[in-house]
Write a protein that binds this ligand. Sequence first.
Ligand code: ZN
Length: 467
Amino acid sequence: MTVPATDVPIDPAPLHADCALTSQGWARDVRVTLRGGRIAEVETGAPARPGDRRLAGRALLPSPSNLHSHAFQRAMAGMTARRGHEPDSFWTWRKLMYRFLDLLTPGQIEAIAALVHVEMLEAGYAASAEFHYVHHQPGGAPYDDRAELSTRIVAAAAQSGIGLTLLPVLYSHGGAGAQPLSGGQLRFGDELDGFAKIMDGAARALAALPPDARLGAAPHSLRATRPEQLRELAAAWPQAPLHIHAAEQVREVEEVEAWLGARPVAFLLDQTGIDARWCLVHCTQMTPDETSRLAASGAVAGLCPITESDLGDGTFAGAAYLAAAGRFGIGSDSDIRIGLADELRTLEYSQRLAHRARNVMAAPGDSVGETLYRGALAGGAQALGRRSGALEPGFWADLVAIDTGDVALAPLRPDQWIDGWLFAAGDRVVRDVWAAGRHVVREGRHIRRDAIEARYRAALADLTGAL
Ligand code: ZN
């Protein structure tokens, strides 16, 4: 299929906010001029001018990128919460996930992704990295166009206007030790030659999107690839942001250690040249040494606290990682619940429960909410290879306006607003979102929600209660 060029328009009007979060802190009377989807100028203490889009009663912030999503899993949310007869775990959930994805058609995958984008944008994310591993037909035969399903993700982004970094996934093996693929995994499988064709097709499809769209690449995990493939992949696409599932489950760590003689994160750091190009998704199983070494590597730890809670993965060593100045961002992963505030709040609360303490993820004197938010801005932008995450000239205009008149924020000072958003109000305070200047959320609602939701409902009718 061919992706029609996106017709989500860029909003050229300068923005004027009573208050905005700049790189120097909160500022009053902030005027942001946009050009070609980027921020051209940021003036503080500036009065509004005729023709400005006034954001009265709203605060303007850079919008974070969602660094990890498997959009199709959104449609099975709610289908895996019935207790089974064997103890439930990540691995029993994965069996259900394989069963579900074997039912999906290209049209359904596109419809689900478009709704997921709408929900992400309404939550306040301007951009998303889609870690896309379903490539083939059920049983493993490639589609006539090998990049058919990557193209469907791009088509969804053309409808939603989200800033997309597409990460086609290399998945060659069914388990640690180069085991063969089986069952649902047959839809994922490629060696590097087939994967290269998907990358070429994905690049062609992405050309239909505005220029903020990016192509990255993702070896799925150590358990689904061979170490030499990681090195070859990194060399073959030297500009691409690289993502990998690192260390999510104890069993996975044990299997990789038995095979390669090292724990996954340690192996990746020692053997594959992990650096700032890389995002290691799920770092729930790390030793203190791995934690400090990952922090020093410049790579981004991709944290998905809601999904990691849902799957019983474990707790990220957040306090130690933050103390070591490690970079991190957040992702909605299984998309079981898409919430920017929920994700960051769950991250902090997981630390409080683990340490029996309060306000863990901040330096003394700092706001937890603002620390987490600024971390997610920088880490998300780095992981997506996207120049965003700050109100600075030259950056993509990935912006979110929140309602500072919301009853939960009304009693707060500006430097408490993000804490009020994350811990008290939730994402209902999100009123406007711009993705590279595309004004896609207005008054809290995506401009195409009705049409995209209708397509989702129609496309998913056959899958009611599929699990
Ligand atoms: Zn994942």
